[in-house]
Design a protein around this ligand. Sequence first.
Ligand code: 13P
Length: 300
Amino acid sequence: MNFAKEIRRLAAEKGALILAHNYQPAEIQDLADITGDSLELARKAKEAKEATLVFCGVYFMAETAKILSPEKTVLIPRPEAGCPLADQLTPSSVRAAKEAHPGSPFVVYVNSNAATKAECDITCTSANAADVVRSLKEDTILFGPDANLAAYAQRMVPEKTIIPVPKNGGCPTHHQFTVRDVLAARREYPDASVICHPECSPEVQLASDLVGSTGYMIRRSGEKKEWVILTEKGIIHPLQKKYPHVLFHGIDTAVCPTMKLITEEDLYITLRDGVFPIQVPESIGQRARLAIERMIEASV
Ligand code: 13P
């Protein structure tokens, strides 16, 4: 079967919008109506007119779309596609941190579960973490679960005190990069600039030329002729597509296994059978929605 053709036919027949994150397999990105970083996709999902959204990404991304649009059907082709970061912060650890720091708001990275978001004041993505922190009137801010993103926000907003919760939360795919990798890449590609994701360690961030979300990478990469890209290597596909004359060096080991689960066949079955719908209990969805909507308002 020509899955690509059938996917586009079924999407048109069912009036479904397909969204795919920048880390998805190339063939899934190419079949999507919209690709982007987590903030861009959350915004597009909220604005979408279609009653059915098919989210090709990891679970929290589809869940965020459902929380923002409870009236829509949001389907994920592989519901087991989790994010290792999401399980590093639980609702009870948010409550404990808030009790230990009364009056301090909790900024939760969207890479978290709905029940955790529901306990927090505002969400952020890697694209707007600094804007979100700046938007808060309080001086001391709890931030989790990614301690590297917390350190990035701290560097961007030095006037605030950011407390990471947990102390060492992080994404294994980004955490593997070291300063030694940056130096080795600079030796191997002396003409290249280095751009890394803010989920990389603070040392790697400081050793890089630019730091930003996957959407930021796509916006900025036209400025130079050669780049070393320190994030999940799926990003090379949209970069190369947008800038065919630019040279991109990804890191072969930078693979998020759950981002790579969805196949064309899975996407076809999702559209054919209406599986797998995301469900969020409204008692949680309502509170999580407030946190996500505050983020959307606070982002410039
Ligand atoms: P972006 O928000 O940059 O797309 O990153 C999402 C993510 O999960 C990074 O690991």
